[in-house]
Design a protein around this ligand. Structure first.
Ligand code: SF4
Length: 339
């Protein structure tokens, strides 16, 4: 059952500092994105920095207004809802921020930090409020004495647990986790990942897990959506991403995952994926947005924009090359490397 869904969601910003902006000054940061998260599902949203992942998260949370398209929550179109009405669904979606320390007021105790969302929504007696805060801390493995501590007295892992406790205090249905492990070492990442998995099973939570790190996706997510320059270029079951991803951009991200033998990172073209071919300031205005970096690019890629199509069950990709491959006309200059 669909919990949240977007249909052609678009966010366009205008370049600043222009007196008379033209159509070329419009920058679509999120461009015609259609995706969904089912109840109890974890969707991984993967892409490089600047690909539009965080803007998409802000659109889902109602913190940005969409330029075009639709946002549905629980089957209801909430795209044009006003601020007051949106508050009623915002408590059902919460965000886990990437840098816990900078998102906390250093003068607030843990109890006050975790209780902030309760203050925003009000209507709770002091005793009840304290009970809910302590329960939220308990859910993330922090005992009652931590409630009196300040952020500087906590380790990185404990801060991230407080971050999650704050997100849980309103009993949301969807947690949007934006690079939740970026400031943690490998051991702490595993601990927080395990905690999120336990919470999902216990409370039937859904997650939108935003990351540029593909190594954690196959373990934690049910499905993955790959985003490039504001568009979704591939979606498929996370467990099959290493073997079955076909889009050259997804393959380039997979190549960037650390492996024991560095030679395995390179494509058979002898050129690492993701090497920009455009000089600074140039941008692709038609065709595939990845064509300047793609070792499989064909003439059609520079003129015709590929659309996201179903290539096999539960697997969509936006790539002309795959269409050719399916017809038995695969390019000689590019082969998909299956490690
Ligand atoms: Fe590469 Fe063409 Fe596919 Fe774009 S459409 S990813 S340029 S092969």
């Amino acid at each position: 059952m669909r919990l949240i869904e977007t249909e052609g969601l678009t966010k366009v910003y205008q370049r600043e500092g222009r007196w008379f902006p033209s159509a070329n000054d419009a920058m679509p940061v999120v461009d015609r994105v259609s995706l969904h998260v089912d109840k109890g599902e974890t969707l991984g949203l993967v892409g490089e920095s600047g690909s539009g992942k965080s803007t998409l998260a802000r659109l889902l949370l109602g913190l940005e207004t969409a330029t075009e398209g639709h946002l549905l929550f629980g089957g209801e179109d909430v795209t044009r809802w006003g601020f007051k009405r949106l508050r009623t669904i915002r408590s059902r979606m919460q965000m886990v921020f990437q840098n816990s320390y900078s998102s906390f007021d250093p003068l607030f105790t843990v109890e006050r930090i975790v209780g902030e969302p309760l203050s925003s929504y009000g209507g709770m007696a002091a005793l009840e409020r304290r009970r809910v805060i302590l329960e939220s801390l308990d859910m993330v493995g922090l005992e009652a004495p931590y409630a009196k501590r300040y952020p500087h007295e906590l380790s990185g892992g404990q801060l991230q647990r407080v971050n999650i406790a704050r997100a849980l205090v309103l009993q949301p249905e969807l947690l949007i986790c934006d690079e939740p492990f970026s400031s943690l070492d490998f051991k702490l990442r595993r601990q927080i990942l395990t905690l999120l998995e336990e919470l999902k099973v216990r409370f039937g939570l859904s997650y939108l897990y935003i990351t540029h790190d593909l190594s954690s996706v196959s373990r934690f997510c049910d499905r993955v959506a790959v985003m490039y320059k504001g568009q979704i270029v591939e979606t498929l079951p996370a467990a099959r991403i290493a073997e079955e991803a076909i889009h050259p951009y997804t393959r380039s991200l997979l190549d960037a995952v650390p492996v024991q033998d560095p030679r395995l990172r390179r494509s058979r073209t002898g050129r690492p994926f993701g090497e920009p071919a455009l000089s600074q300031g140039e941008r692709v205005t038609q065709g595939c947005r990845f064509c300047s970096r793609c070792p499989a690019a064909m003439p059609v890629c520079f003129t015709v924009e590929p659309v996201l199509e179903t290539k096999r069950p539960s697997h969509q990709a936006a790539c002309h090359f795959y269409a050719n491959e399916a017809e038995g006309k695969a390019s000689q200059t590019f082969q998909i490397v299956k490690e």
